[in-house]
Design a protein around this ligand. Structure first.
Ligand code: A3P
Length: 321
């Protein structure tokens, strides 16, 4: 096991250990009205983040939790490191993670750095928007995101547990979960869909292979069983690393749910269980009651119904009961 990996696992153990010593009420804290997990975020780091300096070659993945972060993070890493001939780092470079010294560690990373944040648009360090750093933004339909988050809360010791889905649903809908409201988070991005150096993608498009060539590729890729190829190609082009077909295919093959699940079990021990659960679209159908469907449909319409971002999420295709 390489040193990076050992350090990562030591940190996971430390987080789990620190979580086990806290009461449920101590596992989360509020910063500027939004909840964060105490074991991995700190007030000091939020303050230090105001001085975070982005570099023009940075690649920043922005996600709401449980949207497929690890999946796309791995794809980006593979693209960048294939193109630059470096070996992928094992850690996820969440900028709001840990204490201020974490930001110092990020400064040491070789360029192009692959960074990540769950912060809402308005809380992302402004230097990121003042550079040509590429901002890849990933969202997932709200119903599957909520179900995935429910399981993550209950399988990660760093979050308080919820005894029922119904109880979690209320918290999710009111934004009383870590990194705040799904709806607020998405809404802040709606004005930035066409910004330079920004690309917004969805979990569903990546999963179905519905990128630029849409239906043709859907048929072709399903036939080949390789839905991810189109997505990987599009991300590589956006990042400015046009790879050849063989390289793209290799990255897509490594990034299927099954392959990632197996690989991470070998390297991320118990953390992998929490990260790779089902990896499907539509699991929400096993959880949502008719009343919860109604409530989510109304809320989605209220926040995103008439927006371009709302249309991009294809709510009627993926979320209608
Ligand atoms: P489920 O809980 O619905 O299975 P994040 O990385 O943001 O925490 O997101 C986790 C969700 O992405 C989980 O969803 C996980 O299974 C899914 N996921 C992870 N890797 C994936 C992959 N390669 N393909 C599809 N889904 C994946």
């Amino acid at each position: 096991m390489n040193e990076n990996r050992k350090l990562f696992l030591k940190n996971v153990d430390k987080i789990y250990d620190s979580a086990s010593k806290r009461s449920p009420g101590e596992l989360q804290f509020t910063y500027e009205g939004i909840l964060y997990p105490t074991t991995i975020c700190s007030l000091g780091n939020f303050q230090a983040l105001e001085g975070f300096e982005a570099i023009k070659d940075d690649v920043i993945l922005v996600t709401y939790p449980k949207s497929g972060t690890m999946w796309v993070y791995q794809i980006i890493q593979e693209i960048v490191y294939t193109a630059t001939n470096r070996s992928p780092s094992s850690d996820i470079s969440l900028i709001e993670l840990g204490a201020p010294d974490h930001l110092e560690c990020l400064k040491q990373q070789p360029s192009p750095r692959v960074l990540h944040t769950h912060l809402h648009y308005n809380n992302i360090p402004t230097s990121i928007f003042k550079t040509t750093a590429k901002k890849l933004v990933l969202f997932r339909n709200p119903k599957d995101t909520a179900v995935s988050y429910f399981h993550f809360y209950n399988s990660s010791p760093m979050f308080p547990t919820f005894s029922t889905w119904d109880e979690f649903f209320k918290h999710f809908m009111s934004g009383k979960v870590c990194w705040g409201s799904y709806f607020e988070s998405l809404l802040t991005w709606n004005k930035h869909l066409d910004d330079e150096d920004v690309m917004i993608i969805t979990y569903e498009d990546l999963k179905e292979g519905l990128f630029r060539w849409e239906l043709f590729l859907l048929v072709l890729n399903r036939w080949k069983g390789r839905n991810l190829v189109a997505g990987v190609k599009q991300i590589a082009e956006f990042l400015g690393f046009p790879l050849n077909q063989k390289q793209i295919q290799a990255i897509a093959d490594q990034s299927t749910f099954q392959n990632m699940k197996v690989n991470y079990q070998g390297t991320h021990s118990q953390f992998a269980q929490a990260l790779f659960r089902k990896g499907v679209i539509g699991d929400w159908r096993n959880y949502f009651s008719p009343a919860q469907n109604q409530e989510m449909d109304t809320k989605f319409k209220e926040y995103l119904g008439e927006t371009k971002l709302g249309a991009k999420l294809k709510y009627d295709t993926y979320c209608k009961a």
